[in-house]
Design a binder for this molecule. Structure first.
Ligand code: TYD
Length: 210
């Protein structure tokens, strides 16, 4: 596949959405064919699944995982793969690592099984680069100000999610870059731009700075 796929991961209130929008605009201004997409959502089915997950309390973690995975299958097939096959850049707000961190480390489902399901629904599509916005969940939850099913889970859940992400990053150091997200926004944006720029250069793609 000729395109370049960046996923952005992190806990609640880590600023992923702002970072994704910013990276998208930055690359677009420089003439790159870039799309910014997010999970769960970004397709009609995915958006319905997202509403369902945010409104209803799912009892069995397996049901929750399967709903996220179903949204992902549709997203990969309808949005991500076609854009990457065209040679475009994708900035994706959450991807496979969210399922491992939240339903695996957070809710206790087996990582190996979730990985098999991830491979199945993505047909092996993996990010070239994953930016992990790392933040202490106490601070993240204070920043987030939202009250969905997910934010309402207790602090220890969010601490397991954070520890899970850090474990995943350590396991795959070539794919992951960790950016500390507790500092000033401008600093976080600058650091993430640098990380993306470095990764693109490694791929032989030069970002004209300005
Ligand atoms: P969303 O409103 O998109 O928020 P955020 O800005 O935090 O991404 O809500 C998505 C929620 O779904 C978020 O709390 C993380 C959770 N999630 C999972 O638990 N597993 C997954 O695989 C994905 C993609 C998201």
């Amino acid at each position: 596949m000729r395109g370049f796929f960046v996923s952005v991961e992190g806990g609640e209130g880590s600023g992923k959405t702002t970072v994704c929008q910013h990276l998208g605009e930055w690359l677009k201004e420089r003439g790159y064919p870039v799309i910014v997409s997010s999970e769960p959502g970004s397709t009609a089915i995915g958006e319905s699944i997202r509403q369902l997950l945010l409104m209803e309390r799912v009892r069995d973690p397996k049901t929750e995982a399967l709903l996220f995975l179903a949204a992902r299958a549709e997203h990969v097939d309808q949005v991500l793969r076609p854009h990457l096959l065209d040679g475009g850049i994708v900035i994706c707000d959450r991807f496979t690592d969210s399922t491992l961190a939240y339903q695996g480390f957070g809710l206790g489902l087996a990582i190996g099984e979730l990985e098999r399901f991830n491979d199945w629904v993505t047909a092996g599509l993996k990010p070239d680069l994953t930016i992990l916005l790392d933040i202490d969940p106490e601070l993240g939850l204070k920043r987030s100000q939202r009250e969905t099913v997910f934010e309402r889970r207790d602090l220890s859940f969010h601490q397991r999610v954070r520890a899970g992400y850090l474990w995943l990053a350590k396991r795959e150091p070539h794919r992951f870059r960790i950016v500390t997200a507790s500092g000033a926004l401008e600093q976080v944006l600058q650091e993430t731009r640098r990380v993306v720029e470095d990764a693109l250069i490694l791929r032989g793609i030069t970002v004209v700075s300005g």
